[in-house]
Design a protein around this ligand. Structure first.
Ligand code: GLN
Length: 197
């Protein structure tokens, strides 16, 4: 098994470490690779699109020819987790800012996003959130975080913070507004490893 983390910008190493720790907990043998150019995505069984800055990340993924590969693999049903900027990129629709800057989205999930939902008031904060299926709250780290403002019928809402949707799943796609790789709690990485297309 091979898990790819898009490694063009953002929180890459933290995801690699969290994935290896979660794999060990589950006694799974897998390799985690950073992806900087095309040709690697098709060899992966699961993918992570990390946080960072979604405009930059989206443009770099287009330039490197990685975006079309992700779209293709997503349709084959491999699990893909997008965190923060990665959530924005998974979305089919953005807010006005996204439209005005014409930032390229992967457009895979039937969700609409607000790119900087928690940005202006507080740049970054930590807060326990309830997560569907978890028996205790998950300590979520939000950094200039987006949120989901609309969901299609196939989308399962997994978590909300102050009424805003901050985690959702559509079949093989998992989107999180916060950063599970920045805490020691591995439950979300384990949840991701349990996902089947
Ligand atoms: N709001 C940022 C963006 O859309 C994402 C911030 C983050 O990933 N920490 O680019």
């Amino acid at each position: 098994m091979r898990i790819g983390v898009i490694a063009l910008q953002g929180n890459v190493e933290e995801h690699v470490i969290a994935l290896y720790r979660a794999l060990k907990l589950k006694n799974l043998d897998a390799e985690v690779v950073g992806i900087k150019h095309k040709g690697i995505v098709p060899t992966c069984d699961a993918l992570v699109v990390p946080g960072g800055e979604s405009t930059t990340l989206g443009r770099l993924m287009e330039r490197e020819g990685i975006s079309p590969e992700i779209k293709k693999e997503a349709n084959f049903g491999i699990p893909i987790m997008g965190t923060c900027a990665g959530l924005v990129l998974l979305a089919k629709q953005g807010d006005r800012q996204v439209e005005q800057t014409r930032q390229p989205l992967l457009g895979l999930m039937d969700i609409k996003v607000n790119r900087n939902a928690f940005g202006r008031q507080r740049e970054s904060f930590e807060c326990p959130v309830d997560f569907n299926g978890f028996d205790s709250p998950f300590n979520a780290v939000f950094i200039r975080a987006p949120c989901i403002t609309e969901t299609g019928k196939d989308v399962e809402i997994l978590s909300k913070h102050n009424g805003s949707i901050v985690a959702a799943r559509q079949k093989n796609l998992l989107a999180l507004a916060f950063h599970p790789e920045l805490t020691d709690d591995l439950r979300i990485h384990e949840y991701f490893l349990n996902m089947k297309g």
